[in-house]
Unconditional design. Structure first.
Lengths: 164, 729
């Protein structure tokens, strides 16, 4: 087994665009790919850095250190693709948190629209990754991100304070 | 309820709908509803407006696939002219439905037989809460008419209803008796302690008083005695139920959770529930009864004063109601803080070797302190609330008493009221409001019990992922033919770890499973044992799908020697006879002999009676392994699963283990995860797994011949490693 090094991709080596069918495509190292996959290597800590670019089959072509280092078009497309691939609505308002029988129903407003998530309990479904951030996950594995709960409106903060 | 395609869209389709689903994201990834319909001719997508936003003819499509993203997914079709096209996006709630849609479209495009949607493929929604419903359930698990937790808790009292009724009767009686002394006070003051009264009445009254006290105490003792009898049994019942539910749950449930958390659930949560049901119920019922009785008595004595005394009641009720939900939530917070602390301790103690090896005791201490501080914080928060609550209650009730003294005293002075009545009144009032803690105590106990019962019922209500089919069969004598057909499985929904595995194994054959770590070898084995159910495809034993075989029956036919040998707390003999408690000493020795374990066991001071496990004798890795092999031998399974240990053992031990294994596999269908070449040579065929797919199948020699084969590379790499080791040693 040979230990290969991590390959970092520079802006000259990578150009990505969205194909007509809505699929991420691109040219890596002069080779055209009709479908590319992206993976955030640190999805919690870095949402626009250290992006792994992979083929449809999951083979890594290289890693983009930062979207900021790419040409503007590629960066925009990658940013969009990250948002699509990592479904993590950012909560803008908490409408209500209700406990019915033994389930918790959260009605949320997010930057992607309104969503209702259901938790079986709070201790398995809420994470505190650090700072004032709160991650909510529901029974289907969908997650919602409260980037900074102290910056939510008073109503949402009150609801959170009540239970957390 | 299945989401029907709205009529306005349906009318646009000329053919029958094969499958339709309502998505929850639009193509830009925003949360919105779109409708997808698949017919023989095309795939169509609508959003709100009548005009479809996408329509692709089946003839243009080569294949379709559901791509899982994180928390979401997309349905992609590969077209002949325009390359890949994203048809629809959805959150992970719809992954199963979309996987089916992809399969259906592919089958249509390639002219294959159309897949039939199982119940699990079609998303169904509960008509009241609109939550998706799980496969095989008729009622929504969210709305399932769960009996209100308190009622359900009280259901545990059922077997003890006679004792309970007796206790309640005693309670009512003792409550009434308790109310006698103040009344006697009234008589003594108003009628007896008068100058012209004879002394005999006084003595009688005092004697009655003493008798009352005696009766009251003995009734209390008797009631307490019954209470203890009920409560201990009750606690046992709850613990038994929780444990039973835990045993019923599938492995997947435990994979996602830290096991030490259950210890507290089984014990402390059950204790909170018990406290509520025995002490709590009696306490609350007693005080409520007393409250009502006193109310009647004082009302009959002087209704005006009674009304006055009741002035603070509405305020008290209001205070209690407003504080109630807060108490529940704070208690849950407190529970969570303790839960996190417990988890951390569990974690740390399990990993104590690693912590010591890396010298991280200090940082662990910091982690612990942080969690500990959180518990302290929450403790203080809920206690502080009580500290405010008690005095507020006290103040309100004392105000009532002050009012009574003022007005009642006035009436006594103006001869409108007898002094005895006032004294009795004040005494009753003291009994009514005096131990006002009972209200807060009641809130505290009830809330604690509710919090605990939610956690406990949560375990009991979790459906087992791998459940026995209602018509499951027994398979007493199997031959051991195993067939895997198009088996696909992923631990996380729709992230398959094994993909489309097809394999036919004849009875008695030995199959070696080879591949890099993470290739899917252990998953393969887990599926064979049916620790998890396959997502797609079927596994059969002698032609019977394993889903249709009773689980206990299935496991009886399968023997497992796992990489991590776990020996239970008990003797070596008990461990060997784990699956066959009625094994004779000869059986046990014979099995140990075949497993090459007999000699080392006999050399131990306590022989087969040596205690092993957590608190017992420490066996070496190789010894444990051989005990585990003996355990599998005595089990005498037709199908054997070996997950070979990677732990380095010396050559002699390795030889002994190999020999033991060779004895074990004779005449059994064997699946072995093999790490050493020596084991691989014994295998009849090797299955090479790579990223969840079966990439090669054949004998050791056949596979070695493939120049560029995965197996060949693995073997070369291992040779290389042993060379390095050779140089190093």
């Amino acid at each position: 087994m040979s230990a290969e090094d991590i390959r970092m991709l520079s802006s000259e080596e990578l150009y990505v665009y969205r194909g007509e069918g809505g699929v991420l495509q691109g040219i890596v190292d002069g080779k055209t790919y009709h479908e590319l996959l992206i993976f955030l290597t640190f999805p919690m800590r870095y949402t626009s850095e250290y992006v792994s670019i992979r083929t449809k089959d999951g083979n890594e072509l290289g890693i983009v250190r930062s979207l900021a280092g790419l040409d503007r078009d590629s960066a925009a497309v990658l940013k969009e693709e990250i948002e699509l691939r990592y479904f993590l609505p950012r909560v803008t308002k908490i409408e209500s948190i209700k406990q019915r029988s033994d389930l918790w129903f959260w009605e949320l407003q997010t930057h992607l629209g309104s969503i209702r998530i259901i938790m079986r309990n709070l201790h398995d479904h809420i994470q505190f990754p650090g700072g004032d951030r709160i991650l909510l996950s529901d029974l289907d594995g969908r997650r919602c991100d409260i980037v900074n709960w102290r910056q939510l409106d008073a109503h949402s903060q009150r609801l959170l304070r009540d239970i957390l | 309820m299945v989401d029907e395609l709205p009529e306005i869209f349906k009318s646009q389709l000329s053919e029958d709908i094969l499958f339709n689903v309502k998505t929850d994201l639009d193509t830009q990834g925003m949360l919105a509803a779109q409708w997808l319909a698949i017919t023989h001719g095309d795939v169509t997508l609508w959003q709100e407006k009548a005009e479809p936003i996408k329509r692709i003819g089946i003839e243009e499509i080569k294949e379709a696939r559901a791509v899982s993203n994180i928390g979401s997914g997309m349905l992609v079709v590969e077209t002949t002219t325009n390359g890949p096209i994203v048809i629809a996006r959805y959150t992970s709630t719809l992954s199963t439905a979309m996987s089916f849609a992809a399969k259906l479209i592919t089958a249509l495009a390639q002219g294959e037989q159309l897949p039939v949607a199982t119940k699990g493929d079609i998303p169904r929604y509960c008509s009241t809460c609109h939550s998706p419903m799980k496969e095989g359930t008729k009622t929504c698990e969210f709305c399932l008419s769960k009996k209100y937790a308190a009622l359900r808790m009280l259901g545990y009292l059922k077997p003890y209803k006679f004792k309970g009724i007796l206790a309640l009767g005693l309670l009512i009686l003792s409550t009434i008796v308790e109310l006698i002394p103040p009344f006697l006070t009234k008589i003594i003051v108003d009628d007896v302690l008068q100058p012209q009264q004879p002394g005999t009445l006084f003595v009688i009254i005092i004697a009655a008083w003493a008798l009352t006290l005696l009766v009251m105490s003995s009734m209390q003792a008797l009631r307490g005695y019954i209470g203890v009898a009920i409560s201990s049994k009750l606690m046992g019942d709850i613990r038994k139920d929780v444990y039973q539910s835990l045993m019923k749950l599938s492995l997947a449930y435990f994979d996602r959770r830290q096991t030490s958390q259950f210890i507290s659930r089984v014990n402390s949560d059950a204790e909170s529930m018990r406290q509520f049901m025995t002490d709590g119920v009696i306490y609350i019922a007693g005080h409520l009864l007393r409250f009502l009785f006193i109310l009647v008595i004082i009302f009959s004595m002087n209704w005006k004063l009674t009304l006055l005394a009741l002035v603070p009641i509405p305020l008290l009720v209001f205070l209690s109601i407003s504080i109630w939900p807060k108490v529940g939530r704070r208690l849950y917070q407190q529970w969570r803080a303790i839960f996190r602390l417990n988890m951390q301790v569990g974690d740390t103690l399990q990993g104590i070797r690693v912590i010591k090896a890396f010298g991280q005791e200090k940082s662990e201490l910091v982690r612990y302190n942080n969690a500990n501080e959180e518990v302290v914080h929450h403790d203080m928060r809920s206690e502080k609330m009580w500290q405010l609550f008690f005095p507020a209650f006290g103040l309100l009730t004392s105000l009532g008493a002050v009012l009574i003294w003022y007005l009642g005293g006035y009436q006594v002075l103006s001869n409108e009221l007898q002094l005895g009545v006032l004294l009795a009144f004040v005494a009753y009032l003291g009994m009514l409001f005096g131990p006002i803690q009972w209200l807060s105590q009641m809130i505290s106990w009830t809330s604690r019990a509710m919090t605990a019962s939610h956690r406990i019922f949560e375990i009991m209500d979790t459906p087992a992922d791998v459940a026995d089919h209602p018509d499951a069969v027994k398979v007493p004598n199997i031959k051991g033919d195993v067939v895997l057909q198009q088996v696909t499985y992923g631990y996380e929904k729709h992230y398959p770890v094994l993909k489309d595995i097809n394999l036919e194994v004849k009875a008695g054959e030995m199959i070696g499973l080879v591949g890099h770590s993470g290739a899917g070898k252990s998953t393969f084995i887990n599926l064979l044992c049916r620790f998890y159910d396959v997502d797609e495809g079927v596994i059969t034993i002698d032609g019977v799908p394993i889903r249709d075989i009773e689980q206990t029956e299935l496991r009886r036919q399968i023997g497992v020697v796992l990489q991590e040998t776990f020996l239970f707390d008990g003797t070596i003999a008990e461990n060997i006879a784990y699956s066959k408690p009625d094994a004779t000493p000869e059986d046990i020795m014979r099995a140990a002999k075949i497993a090459n374990a007999h000699d080392f066991i006999v050399r131990l001071p306590d022989g087969y009676d040596t205690r092993v496990g957590e608190r017992g004798h420490k066996l070496s890795g190789g010894e444990k392994q051989r005990v585990a092999i003996a355990r599998a031998i005595i089990h005498d399974p037709k199908i054997l699963i070996l997950d070979e240990a990677t732990a380095s053992v010396d050559t002699e031990t390795e030889r002994q283990i190999q020999e033991a294994l060779a004895n074990l596999v004779k005449g059994r269908t064997t699946f072995a995860i093999a790490h050493r070449l020596s084991t691989l040579r014994n295998a009849d065929r090797l299955v090479v797994l790579d990223r969840g797919k079966m990439v090669e199948l054949g004998t050791h020699e056949e596979l070695l011949e493939k120049e560029d084969g995965v197996y060949r590379k693995l073997v070369d790499a291992q040779m290389e490693m042993s060379k390095i080791k050779g140089v190093g040693s």
